[in-house]
Each structure stands twice: as structure tokens, then as C-alpha cells.
Design a protein around this ligand. Structure first.
Ligand SMILES: [Zn+2]
Length: 112
């Protein structure tokens, strides 16, 4: 609706005009995320931040995707949970950094 606009009637001025519209921000659940943006919301690649760098894994007993402990890399490097070997994956320390985020035209290409 941004490039072509939609013919709209302005009641106050009593004439038609082409209104251009851009969806800038939404807050929604995952099913709506798929409907609005066309983003796949099933499987290991559902996280729009991690994408192909996802650490999601398949549970062995029911083949469902799990994201447990997959996002500690978004914590500050000195956050205590990164080194917590007891309460998350036993024995693992998170040393990875945040994946590169889509910006500008790259983001536009992915979302269009
Ligand atoms: Zn993610």
C-alpha cells in the first residue's frame, strides 16, 4: 500500500485521494506473525533474530522443536547466566555473541 496507495474518500474535504500506508510496528503472537509477515513460525528457523544461526534443537522423545537455553547469547557478555552451568544446559558456558541482525534493504528483502 506504500507504493501504489489506495483510493480513499476524505469526508471532511469531500474528495478522493490516494492514501499511502506502511505497517511499521506490530505486537502479536506467533500465528499472527506468520499471517502478517509471512514468516515461517514452525521448526528451527522461526526466530527472526537467529534465523539460520538458531540453536534450536529437536526433542528426542516427541520430535518437537525446543528453544530452551538458545538465547543466552543475547545477554551481556559478563552476565552471570552465561556462566551458569547448573541451571541451564549442564556444563555449558555461553560464549557466542548475538547473530547479525537484518537492517535496511536486507531486512526489506526478507520481509517482502
Ligand atoms: Zn533466536
Amino acid at each position: 500500500m506504500w507504493s501504489t496507495g489506495a483510493l480513499t474518500y476524505d469526508v471532511s474535504k469531500k474528495h478522493n485521494f490516494f492514501m499511502k500506508v506502511a505497517l511499521i510496528w506490530t505486537f502479536n503472537d506467533f500465528p499472527a506473525y506468520e499471517m502478517v509477515y509471512g514468516w515461517n513460525t514452525h521448526g528451527k528457523l522461526v526466530c527472526s533474530y537467529c534465523k539460520e544461526n538458531s540453536k534450536a534443537f529437536t526433542l528426542t522423545n516427541d520430535s518437537k522443536t525446543s528453544f530452551f537455553n538458545c538465547h543466552k547469547r543475547f545477554l551481556p557478555m559478563d552476565h552471570k547466566y552465561r556462566k551458569n552451568r547448573k541451571d541451564f544446559f549442564i556444563g555449558k558456558v555461553e560464549r557466542d555473541v548475538v547473530p547479525q541482525l537484518f537492517l535496511g534493504e536486507e531486512l526489506y528483502d526478507v520481509m517482502s
